[in-house]
Design a protein around this ligand. Sequence first.
Ligand SMILES: C[C@H](CCC(=O)NCCS(=O)(=O)O)[C@H]1CC[C@H]2[C@@H]3[C@H](O)C[C@@H]4C[C@H](O)CC[C@]4(C)[C@H]3C[C@H](O)[C@]12C
Length: 318
Amino acid sequence: MCTGVRFADSKGNLYFGRNLDWCEHYGEGVVITPRVARIPSPFLGTIEPKHACIGMAIIEAGAPLYFDCANETGLAVAGLNFPGYAVFAPEPVEGTVNLAAYEVPLWIASQFSTVAEVRAALDNVTIVNKAVNDLWAVSPLHWIVGDGTESLVIECEADGMHVYDNGLDVLTNQPPFPWHAENVRNYMHVSCEHPEPVTWTRDTLKAFGTGAGMVGFPGGYDPASRFVRAAFLNANYPAEEGEAANVTRLFRTLEGASMCKGGAKMTDGRYEYTLFSDGFSAATRTYYWCTYEEPARRSACMDDYDLDGAELLRVAAA
Ligand SMILES: C[C@H](CCC(=O)NCCS(=O)(=O)O)[C@H]1CC[C@H]2[C@@H]3[C@H](O)C[C@@H]4C[C@H](O)CC[C@]4(C)[C@H]3C[C@H](O)[C@]12C
């Protein structure tokens, strides 16, 4: 499973991150796509970035296949698993902007600077069931896109593409986003406030202690439980000042929905767990990440690299 989260600081700077919950690595690393890079694209010919991007990716056939990425203007996107629901167009559709599913994050982050721009552009986009080559299958993903103001969700199903405004600023996995947005209503009673004593018949009931208002908060690793946890924490986390405190907020919120080995097995018997967490701060144009084995956060600031180059920069292994 995966979980994505977005929020902004008091100045409107985007903080956006995700957990990558899975059972194996793909050789991924932190990759910068500079502005002069020309990325081969099956339907567009090339993608010519308007904005430099940074994110977690593998590089295949000259293209950065981003799991998630962000750009220098403060727009970010993450792909999360959506199996059983994701259906992409079998063929490109003439007269539309045709994107292979693997290039959606790069296209969004390299071409746009706001969610509003992305929403408008998606009116004329077809996401095609096209693999980068014979080595990699098409992943059944949906995407969360965020900026300093808002976020949206893109889901392609058998009945076409859906673009949802996301008033909770989180995403997990299946079922589709509207189901999760309804399901959170089952948890409206969950509160971070300390409950006041109440009288039942002749007894006065007092809370055992802190957290009493959270009884009923779902603890599971299933997508619905993680969605509620991330949405609650994202909504209730107190506003913070400064980069360090906001990055801590991002990673602690993600940790609230993360998966530990031993909790959930995949159908093949392997444990699924949070291989890594990563995130972007638009305030400092810095990408942060940490892994399951090494929780100390590492970082790469876009300003420290040549964003006007033509070559993809693999900054670090995950
Ligand atoms: C497995 C990852 C999603 C994790 C997740 O959401 N798990 C949910 C588990 S469950 O089903 O809901 O049980 C996804 C997210 C991004 C994906 C990767 C990116 O799309 C980049 C390339 C794209 C290529 O087509 C396939 C390899 C790949 C390197 C993808 C492998 C895999 O599908 C990734 C890593």
